[in-house]
Design a protein around this ligand. Structure first.
Ligand code: SME
Length: 163
C-alpha cells in the first residue's frame, strides 16, 4: 500500500473524486479492520477536499456512535431518526442539506456548520454506519458529491467485516 496519496492539482471536484477513488480502494483492500479503514478514508477525504468536518458514525445498539473523524470535536451519540445522520439511517438514503438551519431536528455539533451531506453505508439491507461531511459554507454539496460518496459507501460496504 502506498503511504501517500497521489493527487494532481485538478481543481474540479469530479477529477479529484476520480483520482481519489481507486486510491481509496487500494488503501482498504488488504485491511479487514473496519475502524482502521474508516480512519484512513477519513484522513484521505480531509487531505483531498479540506472538508470542515468529515467522519463516520457507526450503528451500535440502536444508536449512532461517533467513529473516526477529522475536524472539531463532535456529538458522540445520535438516536434513530434524529438529525441529518439519524435520517440517513432511518430512511436508508443520502441526505443532502443545503442549509442545516432549514432541516427540522438538525443536531448542531458545531455552530459553524452550515450545510452537510450524509450517506448511509448499507450491507445486506442493514445500515452499518453513516458518512457525514459538514461545511461551514451554505449549499457546499451537490449531486456530484452524492454520487461519489455513495460509490465510496459501496466500497466500504464491500470491505465491511464484522467477524
Ligand atoms: N449535524 C449532524 C450531527 C453530526 S455533526 O454535524 C458532526 C446531524 O444533524 O445529524
Amino acid at each position: 500500500m502506498a503511504d501517500t496519496l497521489s493527487l494532481s492539482q485538478a481543481n474540479d471536484k469530479t477529477s479529484r473524486y476520480e483520482e481519489l477513488m481507486p486510491q481509496l480502494a487500494a488503501l482498504i483492500a488488504d485491511e479487514r479492520d473496519v475502524v482502521a479503514n474508516l480512519a484512513n478514508v477519513c484522513a484521505a477525504l480531509k487531505t483531498t477536499f479540506d472538508f470542515f468536518w468529515v467522519g463516520f458514525y457507526r450503528v451500535d445498539q440502536q444508536q449512532l456512535v461517533l467513529g473516526p473523524f477529522q475536524g472539531p470535536i463532535a456529538c458522540t451519540r445520535i438516536g434513530f431518526g434524529k438529525g441529518v445522520c439519524g435520517a440517513a439511517w432511518s430512511e436508508k438514503r443520502t441526505q443532502l442539506v443545503e442549509d442545516v438551519d432549514q432541516f427540522p431536528g438538525h443536531i448542531a455539533c458545531s455552530s459553524a456548520s452550515r450545510s452537510e451531506i450524509v450517506v448511509p453505508i448499507i450491507k445486506q439491507g442493514q445500515v452499518m454506519a453513516v458518512l457525514d461531511v459538514d461545511s461551514d459554507q451554505l449549499a457546499d454539496f451537490d449531486a456530484i458529491d452524492a454520487h461519489w460518496l455513495e460509490q465510496l459507501a459501496l466500497l466500504l460496504s464491500a470491505q465491511w467485516h464484522t467477524d
